[in-house]
Design a protein around this ligand. Structure first.
Ligand code: NAG
Ligand code: NAG
Ligand code: NAG
Ligand code: NAG
Ligand code: NAG
Ligand code: NAG
Ligand code: NAG
Ligand code: NAG
Ligand code: NAG
Ligand code: NAG
Ligand code: NAG
Ligand code: NAG
Length: 838
């Protein structure tokens, strides 16, 4: 690699020498104030001064000669010792000519020798080893240590610019970099992974190998990083007994930042109706009032450590507070009175009903574990203790014979429901239970009709519509579980398409639809409906066919429109997709199973094409977000057999920006005009635009382009992402139009670059700062004079090339034993100024 570079340098070097020698064998020029650039290195010939004054017989050198420079009498300036930029980069000399008598003839002229850098210095770290310390779980990017290397080469050139890099991390337990280095500043910090994975327990020390490199050389150094414990961590969950009688505020836990400097702050994770916690400057966390578990059983919140500017020092720690239950809630009856029914001839031991009380103390603890005790029965007819109540389940049973509806039709029972809590003590409640004695259920429900015949419904009958009323009658005691009727569809409706609503007072039933009918999947239902009582029948009586009815439902077809699988189709895609890219596939289904064909409506820009049979939509043109970022069209699906049966859906295409527009000068940039002669250095605002959206636009980078005299005459100063300021370096411009090339890079991925030309016109002005001759009229069209000039110029160039080739062939032979002489010489070059054709 380095060899390739050296060869390349050598080639350029030789090429430069060649050019100089093509002209006259030596970098040379008339005796005048000059600037000579030379690369550092061994003694060499620098410049040949020519004089035409016949009186000048010898040259003399003064100034910072320092025994290094000499000038021969033919005007050949050379160095006699090696030049080292790092020792001295600029020598200010003066050259003059003398006559035979040794008196001054010409000069003195100033000659500045600028020694240019070559990469002859190695980078070197200023310490043999660096150490740093990091707490585990520090935030990503936390700075640990900065390494520093120096390179004596010119920092303006890559020779002296160092790039830092971590080459090894030892150990590397997770096979990811836990540390990163800023390649310019050498600052080492934690990566996101480092912030998560650094643990003192597993590895308390890491060793990094860091290199600093310039263009060709590098130095490396060891960096030791110690991992220290982080005491900023989640404290153990805290448990507080609810309704505490301790004095409040009461300390419950503590957090601590790694040093003393932090300010602490609590923050709720979710918004609680009340937040009775506080933290003091030492990180003590207090609860400010007694808590109620039944209101909230757990609080989870954050504690933050902040610096004096209230910036978070690290991630927050979680504080978990659990509220411990005490038995502070009594059981609650299900209602004011609980009603049960018992049939007059109810068998002994059968269950009558279950009393279910509730207790909001902590579930499945003794504080909510309930016990049921029967306290009293009224009336005690025919005797007390007719019923049994299960202590644990609350189930009532009839345990004695002798119910007689004509003597007692209602028993009132009082029940003690208590919990088993001991802390502070068991709590109890009295619940009232009414048991109604009802007639025996010896009548079965009987349908008014055993067959409701055929019912025709069209398949678009709306849901929940009541489509038929049915009725059965029961001869038992009204308003009891013996006469109440429950209708159930027992056959013919596997998918539960139908349901029956019942009116409890009249026992009327309404058949309704609860799932959409669909002729195509089921066209006929043969329903069998049962009518039964919630109360069991007495023994010896059973339901027979009179409690059953039938109903045929015939579904009629209607031709339905095709429907789409989705309510809207959306696609998001890059604007630069090639023509013919599949964007989406629209699927419409005809319920009758007919073929569907698709068409596009509203494709104003003809950007799309749809496959009529498959519904696939393709791009049909180059899409352009800058023309239309959101492109909406309508897709229509039609039944092939009846094109008037159709539905439409919206297809929305969202185009993502790609950086496909290069920056250009903002509209309306007409160029700047200044009057000649300029009285001061002027500057010009230049604005660039680019049709892409952010982030691809509006964050331009401006640099001066290449051109003669451009960097000498102009500089750019930074304003912002859209504007730059073009400044004159001097105000000594002749009249003319100068087109200053400016390279503009946008911020896209990949970036686009373009060169724009800011035109600056310098013209002779009439009064009122108006150009006396309109300067832009003839711009770009050469006049006769210019045309001749160009012609001669071309001929001259051809001549020079021919001559040069000949000379060069000659020289080559001579040169084999001539030492390399001259470095790069900067004779001031012509500016790219377009002069006015008058
Ligand atoms: C190395 O350079 C850095 C940055 O200039 C400086 O802070 C540090 O003290 C230097 N170390 C030594 C040993 O000179
Ligand atoms: C230095 O780092 C920056 C950003 O972190 C990166 O863009 C740049 O390419 C790096 N330079 C080198 C020479 O690695
Ligand atoms: C962290 O490490 C994982 C592999 O373990 C890697 O995929 C990921 O990119 C890393 N994250 C960063 C931000 O470097
Ligand atoms: C809290 O305890 C007191 C007695 O210490 C009691 O009077 C009060 O009802 C209890 N409050 C709650 C919400 O349980
Ligand atoms: C926290 O409670 C303790 C007593 O437990 C008390 O001394 C301290 O002042 C309280 N701090 C705050 C901020 O309320
Ligand atoms: C209810 O039962 C509990 C637990 O046996 C008892 O402590 C309480 O005194 C009883 N209450 C009544 C009113 O009998
Ligand atoms: C009901 O429809 C069926 C055909 O589904 C038919 O055979 C029957 O006669 C119809 N019954 C009545 C009462 O219309
Ligand atoms: C069903 O039983 C009732 C009496 O319980 C009777 O009146 C009716 O005729 C019976 N129906 C059939 C179809 O047997
Ligand atoms: C449309 O799609 C169908 C099914 O994918 C395919 O057979 C047919 O060739 C396509 N038509 C055109 C014109 O591409
Ligand atoms: C096509 O559908 C329309 C609208 O439903 C209907 O009026 C028409 O009779 C149908 N034509 C045919 C041929 O089925
Ligand atoms: C950039 O600077 C120009 C000139 O000062 C100003 O007009 C423009 O608003 C600035 N743009 C932004 C984005 O700040
Ligand atoms: C460049 O500058 C030199 C020295 O001022 C001048 O002679 C030459 O004409 C300039 N070139 C152009 C194209 O203006």
């Amino acid at each position: 690699m380095r060899q390739v570079k050296m060869i390349r340098h050598l080639v350029i070097f030789l090429f430069l020498i060649q050019i100089q020698e093509l002209v006259n064998g030596q970098p040379n020029g008339p005796l005048m104030d000059s600037v000579i650039r030379t690369l550092e290195g061994p003694a060499t010939t620098l410049y040949q001064f020519d004089t035409t004054n016949p009186n000048s017989v010898s040259f003399a050198l003064e100034g910072e000669v320092e025994g290094i420079f000499e000038i021969l009498n033919q005007g050949l300036l050379r160095s006699t010792k090696p030049l080292d930029r790092e020792t001295k980069a600029l020598y200010k000399l003066k050259v003059k000519t003398l006559n035979a008598a040794g008196h001054l003839v010409e000069g003195p002229f100033s000659v500045d020798i600028i020694v240019e850098d070559i990469n002859d210095n190695l980078p070197a770290f200023n310490q043999t080893e660096y150490t740093g310390e990091i707490r585990e779980q520090s935030r990503p990017g936390k700075q640990i240590v900065t390494v520093y290397a120096t390179d004596a080469d010119d920092p303006e050139t890559p020779n002296g610019q160092l790039v830092y890099k971590i080459t090894h991390q030892i150990p590397d337990p997770y096979k990811v970099m836990l540390f990163q280095i800023n390649n310019k500043t050498g600052t080492i910090s934690t990566t996101i992974n480092g912030s998560l994975l650094l643990k003192k327990e597993t590895h308390d020390q890491y060793e990094l190998l860091v290199i600093a490199s310039d263009l060709s050389f590098s130095d490396n150094v060891k960096v030791i990083i110690k991992v220290t414990e982080n005491i900023w961590k989640n404290p153990k969950p805290v448990t507080i007994v609810e309704n505490s009688t301790e004095p409040h505020p009461m300390k419950i836990t503590q957090v601590q930042w790694n040093d003393d400097s932090a300010i602490y702050e609590l923050q709720q994770r979710e918004r609680y109706p009340k937040f009775p916690f506080s933290i003091d400057e030492d990180g003590n966390i207090n609860v400010t009032e007694p808590l109620d578990r039944e209101e909230r059983a757990q609080y989870i919140f954050y504690a933050f450590a902040l610096n004096e500017n209230r910036v978070r020092l690290s991630r927050p720690v979680d504080i978990e507070v659990n509220v411990e239950d005490i038995n502070d809630n009594p059981p609650v009856c299900p209602g004011l009175v609980t009603h049960f029914e018992v049939q007059e001839n109810e068998g002994l031991g059968s269950s009558i009903g279950t009393l279910t009380a509730t207790d909001i103390d902590e579930e499945s603890s003794r504080n909510s574990l309930l016990r049921y005790r029967l306290l009293s029965q009224y009336p005690k007819i025919p005797e007390d203790g007719m019923f049994r109540l299960d202590l644990y389940t609350g189930v009532f049973q009839l345990i004695k014979n002798g119910l007689n509806i004509n003597e007692v039709d209602l028993y009132v029972l009082r029940v003690n429901v208590s919990d088993e809590g001991v802390n502070p003590s068991a709590l109890s409640t009295l619940c009232e239970v009414h048991i109604k004695v009802i007639d025996i259920n010896d009548q079965i429900p009987i349908f008014e009709k055993s067959d409701y015949g055929n019912l025709t419904l069209s398949e678009d009958t709306p849901m929940q519509a009541r489509v038929l009323q049915i009725q059965a009658y029961d001869g038992d005691q009204p308003f009891t579980g013996s006469s109440e009727i429950i209708y159930a569809i027992v056959e013919g409706d596997p998918l539960k398409t139908f349901a029956i609503d019942t009116d409890k007072t009249t026992n009327k039933g309404w058949l309704k639809i609860v799932h959409p009918l669909d002729y195509e999947s089921k066209a006929e239902y043969n329903l069998v409906i049962h009518a039964i009582n919630p109360e069991p029948l007495v023994s010896g009586v059973s339901y027979n066919d009179s409690s059953i009815t039938r109903l045929n439902i015939i579904v009629t077809n209607i031709d339905e429109r095709p429907y789409f699988e989705e309510t809207v189709y959306q696609t998001q895609i890059k604007e630069d997709v090639p023509i013919g890219t599949l964007l989406t596939k629209i699927v419409a289904i005809d319920p009758e199973g007919d073929d569907v064909i698709y068409e596009l409506n509203g494709d104003r820009r003809s950007w799309l094409w749809i496959n009529e049979t498959s519904g696939e939509i393709y791009s049909n043109a180059i899409l352009d977000r800058e023309t239309e970022p959101h492109y909406y069209v309508e897709v229509t699906a039609k039944e092939r057999r009846n094109l008037s049966m159709k539905s439409s859906v919206s297809f929305q295409l969202f185009l993502d920006d790609v950086n496909d527009n290069a920056p250009k000068l903002a509209n309306g940039y007409a160029g700047a005009v200044f009057c000649h002669p300029l009285s001061k250095k002027e500057s010009v605002f230049v604005e660039a635009v680019d049709a892409d959206t952010s982030p691809n636009s509006r964050r331009f980078r401006f640099t001066l382009g290449v051109g003669e005299n451009i960097t000498r005459d102009w500089t750019l100063s930074f304003i912002n992402g859209s504007h730059t300021k073009l400044n004159m370096n001097h105000h000594d411009f002749p009249p003319g139009i100068i087109r200053v090339p400016i390279i503009v890079n946008d911020n896209g991925k990949p970036p686009l670059e373009s060169t724009v030309y800011a035109s600056v016109t310098i013209c002779t002005c009439s009064s009122g700062n108006q150009c006396s001759s309109p300067p832009l009229d003839d711009f770009g069209r050469p006049s006769v004079g210019m045309a001749l000039g160009i012609l001669f110029g071309v001929l001259a160039v051809i001549g020079i090339i021919v001559a040069a080739v000949l000379i060069s062939i000659n020289k080559k032979k001579k040169k084999e034993n001539t030492p390399k002489k001259v470095a790069k010489v900067d004779a001031t070059s012509p500016t790219e100024t377009i002069t006015l054709a008058s």
